[in-house]
Design a protein around this ligand. Structure first.
Ligand SMILES: Nc1ncnc2c1ncn2[C@@H]1O[C@H](COP(=O)(O)OP(=O)(O)OP(=O)(O)O)[C@@H](O)[C@H]1O
Length: 566
Protein backbone atom coordinates (compact mmCIF):
# COMPACT_ATOMS: atom_id res chain seq x y z
CA UNK A 1 0.00 0.00 0.00
CA UNK A 2 2.81 2.42 0.91
CA UNK A 3 4.61 1.95 -2.39
CA UNK A 4 1.41 2.73 -4.24
CA UNK A 5 0.88 5.77 -2.05
CA UNK A 6 4.35 7.15 -2.68
CA UNK A 7 4.05 6.71 -6.42
CA UNK A 8 1.71 9.72 -6.33
CA UNK A 9 4.61 11.94 -5.20
CA UNK A 10 6.63 11.32 -8.34
CA UNK A 11 5.35 14.25 -10.45
CA UNK A 12 5.80 16.64 -7.53
CA UNK A 13 9.27 15.76 -6.27
CA UNK A 14 10.42 19.40 -6.52
CA UNK A 15 7.67 20.51 -4.15
CA UNK A 16 8.31 17.51 -1.95
CA UNK A 17 11.99 18.30 -1.45
CA UNK A 18 11.29 21.99 -0.91
CA UNK A 19 8.74 21.18 1.77
CA UNK A 20 10.83 18.42 3.27
CA UNK A 21 14.05 20.46 3.32
CA UNK A 22 12.38 23.44 5.01
CA UNK A 23 10.69 21.17 7.53
CA UNK A 24 14.02 19.52 8.41
CA UNK A 25 15.74 22.92 8.81
CA UNK A 26 12.91 24.10 10.99
CA UNK A 27 13.23 20.92 13.07
CA UNK A 28 16.96 21.57 13.52
CA UNK A 29 16.25 25.14 14.64
CA UNK A 30 13.75 23.85 17.18
CA UNK A 31 16.58 21.73 18.60
CA UNK A 32 18.96 24.69 18.59
CA UNK A 33 16.75 27.06 20.56
CA UNK A 34 17.05 25.29 23.99
CA UNK A 35 20.83 25.06 23.48
CA UNK A 36 20.92 28.81 22.75
CA UNK A 37 18.96 29.51 25.93
CA UNK A 38 21.40 27.36 27.93
CA UNK A 39 24.33 29.31 26.52
CA UNK A 40 22.53 32.56 27.19
CA UNK A 41 21.94 31.78 30.88
CA UNK A 42 25.28 30.11 31.61
CA UNK A 43 27.70 32.23 29.58
CA UNK A 44 26.15 35.57 28.61
CA UNK A 45 24.20 36.41 31.73
CA UNK A 46 27.19 36.22 34.14
CA UNK A 47 29.16 38.66 31.94
CA UNK A 48 26.60 41.44 32.58
CA UNK A 49 27.30 42.92 29.14
CA UNK A 50 24.16 44.59 27.74
CA UNK A 51 25.47 45.15 24.24
CA UNK A 52 26.34 41.45 23.98
CA UNK A 53 22.94 40.53 25.42
CA UNK A 54 21.16 42.71 22.87
CA UNK A 55 23.28 41.29 20.04
CA UNK A 56 22.36 37.78 21.18
CA UNK A 57 18.69 38.75 21.38
CA UNK A 58 18.80 40.17 17.84
CA UNK A 59 20.53 37.02 16.66
CA UNK A 60 17.87 34.88 18.31
CA UNK A 61 15.14 37.00 16.78
CA UNK A 62 16.75 36.57 13.36
CA UNK A 63 16.72 32.80 13.83
CA UNK A 64 13.06 32.92 14.84
CA UNK A 65 12.36 34.96 11.71
CA UNK A 66 14.15 32.36 9.58
CA UNK A 67 12.07 29.67 11.25
CA UNK A 68 8.90 31.66 10.55
CA UNK A 69 9.93 31.81 6.88
CA UNK A 70 10.56 28.06 6.86
CA UNK A 71 7.17 27.40 8.45
CA UNK A 72 5.49 29.58 5.81
CA UNK A 73 7.04 27.46 3.09
CA UNK A 74 6.06 24.24 4.87
CA UNK A 75 2.47 25.35 5.40
CA UNK A 76 1.81 26.77 1.92
CA UNK A 77 3.94 24.64 -0.38
CA UNK A 78 3.55 21.56 1.78
CA UNK A 79 -0.21 21.84 1.49
CA UNK A 80 0.20 22.57 -2.19
CA UNK A 81 1.93 19.20 -2.48
CA UNK A 82 -1.00 17.62 -0.64
CA UNK A 83 -3.67 19.23 -2.79
CA UNK A 84 -1.76 18.37 -5.98
CA UNK A 85 -1.74 14.71 -5.01
CA UNK A 86 -5.38 14.90 -3.94
CA UNK A 87 -6.34 16.49 -7.27
CA UNK A 88 -4.49 13.82 -9.22
CA UNK A 89 -6.19 11.04 -7.26
CA UNK A 90 -9.59 12.66 -7.66
CA UNK A 91 -9.07 12.94 -11.41
CA UNK A 92 -8.12 9.26 -11.61
CA UNK A 93 -11.05 8.22 -9.43
CA UNK A 94 -13.51 10.17 -11.58
CA UNK A 95 -12.05 8.86 -14.81
CA UNK A 96 -12.22 5.31 -13.49
CA UNK A 97 -15.79 5.80 -12.29
CA UNK A 98 -16.91 6.98 -15.73
CA UNK A 99 -15.64 3.70 -17.18
CA UNK A 100 -17.22 1.23 -14.80
CA UNK A 101 -19.84 -1.05 -16.22
CA UNK A 102 -23.61 -0.72 -16.08
CA UNK A 103 -23.65 -3.93 -14.10
CA UNK A 104 -21.48 -2.29 -11.44
CA UNK A 105 -23.65 0.82 -11.38
CA UNK A 106 -26.75 -1.33 -11.03
CA UNK A 107 -25.54 -2.04 -7.52
CA UNK A 108 -23.75 1.21 -6.68
CA UNK A 109 -25.17 4.03 -4.58
CA UNK A 110 -24.36 7.44 -5.97
CA UNK A 111 -24.24 9.05 -2.52
CA UNK A 112 -21.45 6.71 -1.43
CA UNK A 113 -19.50 7.40 -4.57
CA UNK A 114 -19.78 11.14 -4.00
CA UNK A 115 -18.31 10.66 -0.50
CA UNK A 116 -15.39 8.76 -1.97
CA UNK A 117 -14.50 11.39 -4.50
CA UNK A 118 -14.89 14.27 -2.04
CA UNK A 119 -14.27 13.48 1.63
CA UNK A 120 -12.05 10.43 1.42
CA UNK A 121 -9.66 12.20 -0.88
CA UNK A 122 -9.58 15.36 1.20
CA UNK A 123 -8.22 13.38 4.12
CA UNK A 124 -5.67 11.69 1.89
CA UNK A 125 -4.42 15.12 0.81
CA UNK A 126 -3.71 16.04 4.43
CA UNK A 127 -1.77 12.85 5.02
CA UNK A 128 0.10 13.18 1.74
CA UNK A 129 1.38 16.51 2.95
CA UNK A 130 2.13 15.69 6.57
CA UNK A 131 2.93 11.99 6.31
CA UNK A 132 6.56 11.55 5.27
CA UNK A 133 7.66 14.91 6.62
CA UNK A 134 6.21 14.26 10.05
CA UNK A 135 7.67 10.79 10.23
CA UNK A 136 11.18 11.96 9.37
CA UNK A 137 11.12 15.01 11.61
CA UNK A 138 9.68 13.02 14.47
CA UNK A 139 12.64 10.64 14.33
CA UNK A 140 15.13 13.47 13.84
CA UNK A 141 13.95 15.56 16.78
CA UNK A 142 13.55 12.48 18.92
CA UNK A 143 17.14 11.38 18.41
CA UNK A 144 18.52 14.95 18.32
CA UNK A 145 16.81 16.02 21.53
CA UNK A 146 17.94 12.87 23.29
CA UNK A 147 21.54 13.38 22.22
CA UNK A 148 21.47 16.98 23.48
CA UNK A 149 19.86 15.96 26.77
CA UNK A 150 22.46 13.24 27.18
CA UNK A 151 25.18 15.80 26.52
CA UNK A 152 23.76 18.12 29.21
CA UNK A 153 23.19 15.43 31.84
CA UNK A 154 23.26 11.67 31.10
CA UNK A 155 21.47 10.52 34.28
CA UNK A 156 18.51 12.84 33.69
CA UNK A 157 18.40 11.79 30.03
CA UNK A 158 18.09 8.14 31.01
CA UNK A 159 15.16 8.96 33.35
CA UNK A 160 13.40 10.72 30.47
CA UNK A 161 14.05 7.81 28.10
CA UNK A 162 12.59 5.27 30.53
CA UNK A 163 9.06 6.47 29.91
CA UNK A 164 9.36 6.31 26.12
CA UNK A 165 8.16 2.70 25.70
CA UNK A 166 5.00 3.48 27.67
CA UNK A 167 4.30 6.51 25.50
CA UNK A 168 4.93 4.55 22.29
CA UNK A 169 2.58 1.83 23.45
CA UNK A 170 -0.08 4.49 23.97
CA UNK A 171 0.47 5.85 20.47
CA UNK A 172 0.19 2.44 18.85
CA UNK A 173 -2.85 1.43 20.88
CA UNK A 174 -4.80 4.59 20.17
CA UNK A 175 -3.62 4.70 16.55
CA UNK A 176 -5.34 1.39 15.85
CA UNK A 177 -8.52 2.45 17.61
CA UNK A 178 -8.60 5.74 15.74
CA UNK A 179 -8.32 3.97 12.37
CA UNK A 180 -11.30 1.79 13.19
CA UNK A 181 -13.44 4.68 14.41
CA UNK A 182 -12.67 6.67 11.28
CA UNK A 183 -13.59 3.77 9.07
CA UNK A 184 -16.93 3.69 10.88
CA UNK A 185 -17.37 7.42 10.36
CA UNK A 186 -16.69 7.08 6.65
CA UNK A 187 -19.27 4.37 6.34
CA UNK A 188 -21.81 6.63 8.08
CA UNK A 189 -20.95 9.57 5.82
CA UNK A 190 -21.63 7.29 2.86
CA UNK A 191 -25.04 6.33 4.29
CA UNK A 192 -25.75 9.96 4.87
CA UNK A 193 -25.00 10.94 1.32
CA UNK A 194 -27.07 8.10 -0.05
CA UNK A 195 -30.05 9.22 2.00
CA UNK A 196 -29.61 12.86 0.99
CA UNK A 197 -29.18 12.01 -2.65
CA UNK A 198 -32.27 9.80 -2.73
CA UNK A 199 -34.55 11.86 -0.51
CA UNK A 200 -33.69 15.17 -2.13
CA UNK A 201 -33.36 13.77 -5.65
CA UNK A 202 -36.74 12.13 -5.16
CA UNK A 203 -38.29 14.97 -3.17
CA UNK A 204 -41.18 15.22 -5.63
CA UNK A 205 -42.13 11.62 -4.95
CA UNK A 206 -41.68 12.16 -1.21
CA UNK A 207 -44.12 15.06 -1.29
CA UNK A 208 -46.52 13.41 -3.67
CA UNK A 209 -46.98 10.61 -1.15
CA UNK A 210 -46.97 12.98 1.82
CA UNK A 211 -44.03 11.03 3.19
CA UNK A 212 -41.96 13.98 4.46
CA UNK A 213 -42.09 12.85 8.11
CA UNK A 214 -41.19 9.31 7.10
CA UNK A 215 -38.09 10.58 5.30
CA UNK A 216 -37.22 12.90 8.18
CA UNK A 217 -37.48 9.93 10.51
CA UNK A 218 -35.18 7.81 8.33
CA UNK A 219 -32.76 10.70 8.07
CA UNK A 220 -32.80 11.14 11.86
CA UNK A 221 -31.62 7.52 12.15
CA UNK A 222 -28.64 8.14 9.87
CA UNK A 223 -27.96 11.40 11.61
CA UNK A 224 -27.94 9.69 15.03
CA UNK A 225 -25.64 6.91 13.80
CA UNK A 226 -23.25 9.48 12.38
CA UNK A 227 -23.32 11.35 15.70
CA UNK A 228 -22.57 8.14 17.58
CA UNK A 229 -19.66 7.28 15.29
CA UNK A 230 -18.24 10.76 15.81
CA UNK A 231 -18.71 10.51 19.57
CA UNK A 232 -16.82 7.20 19.57
CA UNK A 233 -13.96 8.92 17.77
CA UNK A 234 -13.98 11.87 20.14
CA UNK A 235 -13.89 9.51 23.12
CA UNK A 236 -10.74 7.86 21.78
CA UNK A 237 -9.29 11.27 20.99
CA UNK A 238 -10.02 12.64 24.46
CA UNK A 239 -8.51 9.65 26.28
CA UNK A 240 -5.44 9.64 24.07
CA UNK A 241 -4.83 13.41 24.40
CA UNK A 242 -5.29 13.37 28.17
CA UNK A 243 -2.89 10.45 28.67
CA UNK A 244 -0.26 12.05 26.49
CA UNK A 245 -0.59 15.33 28.27
CA UNK A 246 -0.21 13.66 31.65
CA UNK A 247 2.75 11.58 30.50
CA UNK A 248 4.63 14.65 29.35
CA UNK A 249 3.86 16.67 32.48
CA UNK A 250 4.86 13.75 34.69
CA UNK A 251 8.27 13.57 33.05
CA UNK A 252 8.69 17.34 33.30
CA UNK A 253 7.92 17.33 37.00
CA UNK A 254 10.30 14.41 37.65
CA UNK A 255 13.04 16.22 35.72
CA UNK A 256 12.33 19.37 37.72
CA UNK A 257 12.70 17.60 41.05
CA UNK A 258 15.71 15.42 40.17
CA UNK A 259 17.29 18.27 38.14
CA UNK A 260 16.91 20.65 41.09
CA UNK A 261 18.93 18.15 43.16
CA UNK A 262 21.69 18.13 40.51
CA UNK A 263 21.72 21.94 40.41
CA UNK A 264 22.01 22.14 44.20
CA UNK A 265 24.83 19.57 44.24
CA UNK A 266 26.63 21.55 41.53
CA UNK A 267 26.37 18.76 38.90
CA UNK A 268 24.15 20.87 36.61
CA UNK A 269 24.27 24.55 35.70
CA UNK A 270 21.11 26.68 35.85
CA UNK A 271 21.26 27.19 32.10
CA UNK A 272 21.66 23.46 31.58
CA UNK A 273 18.66 22.89 33.86
CA UNK A 274 16.43 25.29 31.92
CA UNK A 275 17.71 24.03 28.55
CA UNK A 276 17.06 20.44 29.65
CA UNK A 277 13.49 21.24 30.65
CA UNK A 278 12.92 22.85 27.25
CA UNK A 279 14.44 19.83 25.52
CA UNK A 280 12.04 17.50 27.30
CA UNK A 281 9.27 19.38 25.49
CA UNK A 282 11.11 19.04 22.16
CA UNK A 283 11.83 15.35 22.84
CA UNK A 284 8.19 14.52 23.42
CA UNK A 285 6.87 16.73 20.67
CA UNK A 286 7.27 14.00 18.03
CA UNK A 287 5.25 11.72 20.27
CA UNK A 288 2.70 14.47 20.78
CA UNK A 289 2.76 15.06 17.08
CA UNK A 290 2.19 11.40 16.39
CA UNK A 291 -0.57 11.49 18.98
CA UNK A 292 -2.09 14.41 17.10
CA UNK A 293 -1.69 12.79 13.73
CA UNK A 294 -3.16 9.52 14.90
CA UNK A 295 -6.20 11.62 14.34
CA UNK A 296 -5.36 12.46 10.71
CA UNK A 297 -3.36 9.40 9.56
CA UNK A 298 -6.08 6.85 10.14
CA UNK A 299 -8.54 8.98 8.22
CA UNK A 300 -6.11 9.23 5.35
CA UNK A 301 -5.28 5.54 5.47
CA UNK A 302 -8.93 4.55 5.63
CA UNK A 303 -9.62 6.90 2.72
CA UNK A 304 -6.66 5.64 0.70
CA UNK A 305 -7.75 2.02 1.16
CA UNK A 306 -11.18 2.86 -0.18
CA UNK A 307 -9.62 4.79 -3.03
CA UNK A 308 -7.42 1.81 -3.91
CA UNK A 309 -10.43 -0.46 -3.76
CA UNK A 310 -12.27 1.80 -6.16
CA UNK A 311 -9.39 1.95 -8.63
CA UNK A 312 -9.03 -1.82 -8.40
CA UNK A 313 -12.66 -2.29 -9.45
CA UNK A 314 -12.63 -4.07 -12.76
CA UNK A 315 -14.40 -2.03 -15.46
CA UNK A 316 -15.64 -5.47 -16.69
CA UNK A 317 -16.32 -4.15 -20.15
CA UNK A 318 -13.18 -2.63 -21.62
CA UNK A 319 -11.18 -2.63 -24.82
CA UNK A 320 -9.41 -5.91 -25.52
CA UNK A 321 -5.64 -5.35 -26.01
CA UNK A 322 -5.95 -6.22 -29.70
CA UNK A 323 -9.22 -4.32 -30.28
CA UNK A 324 -9.31 -2.09 -33.33
CA UNK A 325 -11.14 1.14 -34.07
CA UNK A 326 -14.35 0.13 -35.78
CA UNK A 327 -14.43 1.31 -39.39
CA UNK A 328 -17.43 3.34 -40.57
CA UNK A 329 -20.15 0.73 -40.05
CA UNK A 330 -22.90 -0.08 -42.54
CA UNK A 331 -25.08 -1.67 -39.91
CA UNK A 332 -25.43 -5.39 -40.72
CA UNK A 333 -26.10 -6.88 -37.33
CA UNK A 334 -26.03 -10.51 -36.40
CA UNK A 335 -26.92 -12.21 -33.12
CA UNK A 336 -25.79 -15.84 -33.00
CA UNK A 337 -27.04 -18.06 -30.22
CA UNK A 338 -26.87 -15.12 -27.82
CA UNK A 339 -27.65 -15.69 -24.16
CA UNK A 340 -27.51 -13.35 -21.21
CA UNK A 341 -28.10 -13.31 -17.46
CA UNK A 342 -27.81 -10.42 -15.01
CA UNK A 343 -27.57 -12.99 -12.30
CA UNK A 344 -26.11 -16.41 -13.21
CA UNK A 345 -29.04 -18.22 -11.59
CA UNK A 346 -31.62 -16.42 -13.67
CA UNK A 347 -31.10 -16.47 -17.44
CA UNK A 348 -32.87 -13.57 -19.15
CA UNK A 349 -32.06 -14.24 -22.81
CA UNK A 350 -31.58 -17.64 -24.44
CA UNK A 351 -30.61 -18.78 -27.92
CA UNK A 352 -31.20 -15.51 -29.75
CA UNK A 353 -30.45 -15.91 -33.47
CA UNK A 354 -31.17 -12.89 -35.58
CA UNK A 355 -29.75 -11.36 -38.76
CA UNK A 356 -30.53 -7.72 -39.43
CA UNK A 357 -29.58 -6.13 -42.75
CA UNK A 358 -28.10 -2.64 -42.99
CA UNK A 359 -30.84 -0.05 -43.32
CA UNK A 360 -33.57 -2.35 -42.06
CA UNK A 361 -36.08 -1.26 -39.39
CA UNK A 362 -36.80 -4.06 -36.96
CA UNK A 363 -39.35 -3.69 -34.18
CA UNK A 364 -39.19 -5.73 -30.97
CA UNK A 365 -42.44 -6.46 -29.18
CA UNK A 366 -43.49 -8.74 -26.35
CA UNK A 367 -44.77 -8.70 -22.83
CA UNK A 368 -43.16 -6.54 -20.19
CA UNK A 369 -40.04 -8.25 -18.89
CA UNK A 370 -39.62 -10.40 -22.01
CA UNK A 371 -36.06 -9.07 -22.42
CA UNK A 372 -36.39 -6.54 -25.26
CA UNK A 373 -34.46 -3.76 -23.54
CA UNK A 374 -31.85 -6.22 -22.31
CA UNK A 375 -31.29 -7.63 -25.80
CA UNK A 376 -30.69 -4.22 -27.31
CA UNK A 377 -28.43 -3.17 -24.41
CA UNK A 378 -26.02 -5.89 -25.55
CA UNK A 379 -25.41 -4.20 -28.89
CA UNK A 380 -23.52 -1.14 -27.52
CA UNK A 381 -21.99 -3.55 -24.96
CA UNK A 382 -23.61 -1.91 -21.97
CA UNK A 383 -23.78 -5.51 -20.82
CA UNK A 384 -21.70 -8.36 -22.18
CA UNK A 385 -23.51 -11.33 -23.70
CA UNK A 386 -22.82 -14.33 -21.50
CA UNK A 387 -23.15 -16.70 -24.44
CA UNK A 388 -22.95 -16.60 -28.23
CA UNK A 389 -21.69 -13.79 -30.39
CA UNK A 390 -22.89 -10.47 -31.75
CA UNK A 391 -21.27 -9.00 -34.84
CA UNK A 392 -21.71 -5.77 -36.78
CA UNK A 393 -20.61 -5.89 -40.42
CA UNK A 394 -19.10 -9.27 -39.57
CA UNK A 395 -16.87 -7.88 -36.82
CA UNK A 396 -17.43 -9.29 -33.32
CA UNK A 397 -18.25 -6.48 -30.85
CA UNK A 398 -15.36 -7.45 -28.59
CA UNK A 399 -12.86 -6.79 -31.38
CA UNK A 400 -13.86 -3.13 -31.71
CA UNK A 401 -12.80 -0.40 -29.33
CA UNK A 402 -15.80 0.45 -27.20
CA UNK A 403 -15.75 4.10 -28.02
CA UNK A 404 -15.57 3.54 -31.76
CA UNK A 405 -18.54 1.18 -31.54
CA UNK A 406 -20.67 3.37 -29.32
CA UNK A 407 -19.98 6.44 -31.43
CA UNK A 408 -21.85 4.66 -34.22
CA UNK A 409 -24.93 3.72 -32.26
CA UNK A 410 -27.61 6.27 -31.47
CA UNK A 411 -29.86 5.71 -28.51
CA UNK A 412 -33.22 7.27 -27.74
CA UNK A 413 -34.36 5.68 -24.51
CA UNK A 414 -37.61 5.69 -22.57
CA UNK A 415 -36.47 7.97 -19.82
CA UNK A 416 -34.25 10.61 -21.25
CA UNK A 417 -31.57 11.95 -18.94
CA UNK A 418 -30.88 15.64 -19.36
CA UNK A 419 -28.07 17.50 -17.65
CA UNK A 420 -28.87 20.60 -15.60
CA UNK A 421 -27.59 23.07 -18.21
CA UNK A 422 -29.22 24.74 -21.18
CA UNK A 423 -31.22 23.24 -24.01
CA UNK A 424 -28.29 23.97 -26.31
CA UNK A 425 -25.80 22.12 -24.12
CA UNK A 426 -28.14 19.17 -23.85
CA UNK A 427 -28.61 18.87 -27.58
CA UNK A 428 -24.91 19.40 -28.24
CA UNK A 429 -24.20 16.42 -26.00
CA UNK A 430 -24.98 14.34 -29.09
CA UNK A 431 -21.77 15.60 -30.68
CA UNK A 432 -19.56 17.81 -28.54
CA UNK A 433 -18.27 20.72 -30.55
CA UNK A 434 -21.20 20.84 -32.98
CA UNK A 435 -21.70 24.28 -34.55
CA UNK A 436 -24.64 26.52 -33.75
CA UNK A 437 -26.05 25.86 -37.20
CA UNK A 438 -25.83 22.09 -36.73
CA UNK A 439 -27.53 22.32 -33.33
CA UNK A 440 -30.39 24.38 -34.76
CA UNK A 441 -30.77 21.99 -37.65
CA UNK A 442 -30.89 18.98 -35.32
CA UNK A 443 -33.47 20.78 -33.18
CA UNK A 444 -35.56 21.45 -36.28
CA UNK A 445 -35.31 17.83 -37.42
CA UNK A 446 -36.43 16.74 -33.96
CA UNK A 447 -39.50 19.00 -34.24
CA UNK A 448 -38.22 21.29 -31.49
CA UNK A 449 -38.21 24.56 -33.47
CA UNK A 450 -41.68 25.69 -32.48
CA UNK A 451 -40.94 25.03 -28.81
CA UNK A 452 -37.67 26.95 -28.98
CA UNK A 453 -39.43 29.86 -30.68
CA UNK A 454 -41.83 30.19 -27.74
CA UNK A 455 -39.11 30.14 -25.06
CA UNK A 456 -37.89 33.63 -24.07
CA UNK A 457 -34.31 32.36 -23.85
CA UNK A 458 -34.64 30.01 -26.82
CA UNK A 459 -31.81 27.49 -26.96
CA UNK A 460 -30.24 29.11 -23.91
CA UNK A 461 -33.18 28.08 -21.72
CA UNK A 462 -32.00 26.30 -18.58
CA UNK A 463 -33.79 22.97 -18.35
CA UNK A 464 -33.38 22.35 -14.60
CA UNK A 465 -31.92 19.31 -12.87
CA UNK A 466 -32.48 16.25 -15.06
CA UNK A 467 -34.54 18.47 -17.35
CA UNK A 468 -37.45 18.89 -14.92
CA UNK A 469 -38.56 22.08 -16.64
CA UNK A 470 -39.35 20.21 -19.84
CA UNK A 471 -42.29 17.91 -20.51
CA UNK A 472 -41.82 14.22 -21.22
CA UNK A 473 -42.46 14.73 -24.93
CA UNK A 474 -40.03 17.64 -25.06
CA UNK A 475 -37.31 15.63 -23.36
CA UNK A 476 -37.81 12.86 -25.89
CA UNK A 477 -37.36 15.31 -28.70
CA UNK A 478 -34.12 16.58 -27.14
CA UNK A 479 -32.94 12.96 -27.19
CA UNK A 480 -33.94 12.70 -30.85
CA UNK A 481 -32.09 15.94 -31.62
CA UNK A 482 -28.98 14.46 -29.97
CA UNK A 483 -29.29 11.40 -32.18
CA UNK A 484 -29.61 13.58 -35.30
CA UNK A 485 -26.42 15.39 -34.33
CA UNK A 486 -24.63 12.15 -33.65
CA UNK A 487 -25.76 10.82 -37.02
CA UNK A 488 -24.98 7.15 -36.37
CA UNK A 489 -25.52 4.29 -38.85
CA UNK A 490 -27.29 2.25 -36.15
CA UNK A 491 -30.17 3.46 -34.04
CA UNK A 492 -31.85 1.99 -30.96
CA UNK A 493 -35.21 3.48 -30.11
CA UNK A 494 -36.84 2.51 -26.87
CA UNK A 495 -40.29 3.89 -27.31
CA UNK A 496 -41.71 5.82 -24.37
CA UNK A 497 -44.35 3.86 -22.49
CA UNK A 498 -46.07 6.96 -21.20
CA UNK A 499 -48.89 8.04 -23.44
CA UNK A 500 -48.44 11.37 -25.19
CA UNK A 501 -51.21 13.47 -26.67
CA UNK A 502 -51.85 12.66 -30.30
CA UNK A 503 -50.39 15.92 -31.61
CA UNK A 504 -47.10 15.41 -29.72
CA UNK A 505 -47.04 11.76 -30.63
CA UNK A 506 -47.40 12.65 -34.30
CA UNK A 507 -44.58 15.14 -34.04
CA UNK A 508 -42.31 12.65 -32.33
CA UNK A 509 -43.22 9.94 -34.80
CA UNK A 510 -42.43 12.30 -37.70
CA UNK A 511 -39.06 13.07 -36.12
CA UNK A 512 -38.31 9.41 -35.47
CA UNK A 513 -39.29 8.38 -38.99
CA UNK A 514 -36.95 11.02 -40.36
CA UNK A 515 -34.21 9.87 -37.99
CA UNK A 516 -34.55 6.23 -39.08
CA UNK A 517 -34.02 6.98 -42.76
CA UNK A 518 -30.88 5.29 -44.06
CA UNK A 519 -30.01 3.72 -40.71
CA UNK A 520 -30.34 0.26 -39.25
CA UNK A 521 -33.05 0.90 -36.71
CA UNK A 522 -34.04 -1.32 -33.81
CA UNK A 523 -37.23 -0.18 -32.12
CA UNK A 524 -38.63 -1.45 -28.85
CA UNK A 525 -42.30 -0.85 -29.39
CA UNK A 526 -44.87 -0.62 -26.67
CA UNK A 527 -47.68 0.54 -28.91
CA UNK A 528 -48.22 -1.68 -31.87
CA UNK A 529 -49.71 1.13 -33.92
CA UNK A 530 -46.33 2.73 -34.44
CA UNK A 531 -44.57 -0.27 -35.92
CA UNK A 532 -46.77 -1.37 -38.77
CA UNK A 533 -44.22 0.10 -41.15
CA UNK A 534 -41.30 -1.81 -39.68
CA UNK A 535 -39.63 -4.14 -42.18
CA UNK A 536 -39.80 -6.93 -39.66
CA UNK A 537 -41.24 -7.46 -36.24
CA UNK A 538 -39.54 -9.69 -33.65
CA UNK A 539 -41.86 -11.05 -31.00
CA UNK A 540 -40.08 -11.94 -27.78
CA UNK A 541 -41.30 -14.16 -25.05
CA UNK A 542 -39.46 -15.27 -21.91
CA UNK A 543 -36.09 -14.20 -23.28
CA UNK A 544 -36.48 -16.01 -26.58
CA UNK A 545 -37.58 -15.06 -30.06
CA UNK A 546 -41.06 -16.50 -30.52
CA UNK A 547 -42.02 -15.09 -33.94
CA UNK A 548 -40.46 -13.02 -36.72
CA UNK A 549 -42.16 -11.50 -39.74
CA UNK A 550 -43.88 -8.45 -41.19
CA UNK A 551 -47.06 -7.12 -39.64
CA UNK A 552 -49.19 -8.85 -42.26
CA UNK A 553 -47.30 -12.15 -42.00
CA UNK A 554 -47.55 -12.21 -38.23
CA UNK A 555 -51.25 -11.41 -38.27
CA UNK A 556 -51.83 -14.24 -40.72
CA UNK A 557 -49.91 -16.57 -38.44
CA UNK A 558 -52.50 -16.04 -35.71
CA UNK A 559 -49.84 -16.51 -32.98
CA UNK A 560 -48.68 -14.29 -30.13
CA UNK A 561 -48.45 -11.16 -32.23
CA UNK A 562 -51.95 -11.58 -33.57
CA UNK A 563 -53.15 -11.96 -29.99
CA UNK A 564 -51.25 -8.84 -28.91
CA UNK A 565 -52.61 -6.86 -31.83
CA UNK A 566 -56.17 -7.93 -31.27
N1 LIG B 1 -30.11 -4.12 -14.46
C1 LIG B 1 -30.78 -5.25 -14.20
N2 LIG B 1 -30.34 -6.10 -13.27
C2 LIG B 1 -30.99 -7.25 -13.02
N3 LIG B 1 -32.11 -7.63 -13.67
C3 LIG B 1 -32.60 -6.82 -14.61
C4 LIG B 1 -31.98 -5.58 -14.93
N4 LIG B 1 -32.69 -4.99 -15.92
C5 LIG B 1 -33.70 -5.82 -16.21
N5 LIG B 1 -33.66 -6.92 -15.43
C6 LIG B 1 -34.59 -8.07 -15.51
O1 LIG B 1 -34.50 -8.59 -16.81
C7 LIG B 1 -35.76 -8.97 -17.31
C8 LIG B 1 -35.99 -8.37 -18.69
O2 LIG B 1 -36.07 -6.97 -18.56
P1 LIG B 1 -36.15 -6.02 -19.82
O3 LIG B 1 -36.09 -4.63 -19.31
O4 LIG B 1 -35.15 -6.43 -20.80
O5 LIG B 1 -37.59 -6.35 -20.38
P2 LIG B 1 -38.46 -5.60 -21.47
O6 LIG B 1 -38.96 -6.66 -22.37
O7 LIG B 1 -37.69 -4.51 -22.08
O8 LIG B 1 -39.62 -5.03 -20.57
P3 LIG B 1 -40.49 -3.66 -20.73
O9 LIG B 1 -41.34 -3.84 -21.92
O10 LIG B 1 -41.28 -3.64 -19.47
O11 LIG B 1 -39.51 -2.55 -20.81
C9 LIG B 1 -36.78 -8.52 -16.28
O12 LIG B 1 -37.21 -9.68 -15.60
C10 LIG B 1 -36.02 -7.62 -15.35
O13 LIG B 1 -36.43 -7.81 -14.02
Amino acid sequence: MLRDFFSYYRPFMGLFWLDFGCAVLSGLLELAFPVAITGFIDHLLPQGDWSLTIAAAVGLLALYAVNAGLLTVVIYWGHKLGINIETEMRARAFDHLTRLSWRWYDRARTGKLVARVTRDLEEIGEVAHHGPEDAFIAIMTFVGAFALMFWINPQLAVIVALIVPAMLALVVFYGGRMTRTWQAIYARVGDFNVRLEEALGGVRVVQAFGNESHETHLFAGDNARYRQAKLDAYRVMAASSALHYMGLRLVQVIVMVVGAGFVLSGDLTTGGFVGFLLLVGVFYRPLEKIAAVIETYPRGIAGFRRYQELLATDPEIADAPDAIDAPALRGDISFRDVGFAYDPDRPILRGIDLEIRAGETVAFVGHSGAGKTTLLALLPRFYEATQGQITVDGLPLSQMRLNSLRRQIGLVSQDVFLFGGTLRENIAYGRLGASDEEIRQAAAQAQLSSLIATLPDGLETVVGERGVMLSGGQKQRVAIARAFLKNPPILILDEATSALDSQTEREIQTALDALAVGRTTLVIAHRLGTIRNADRIVVMQDGQIAEIGSHAQLLARKGIYAALAA
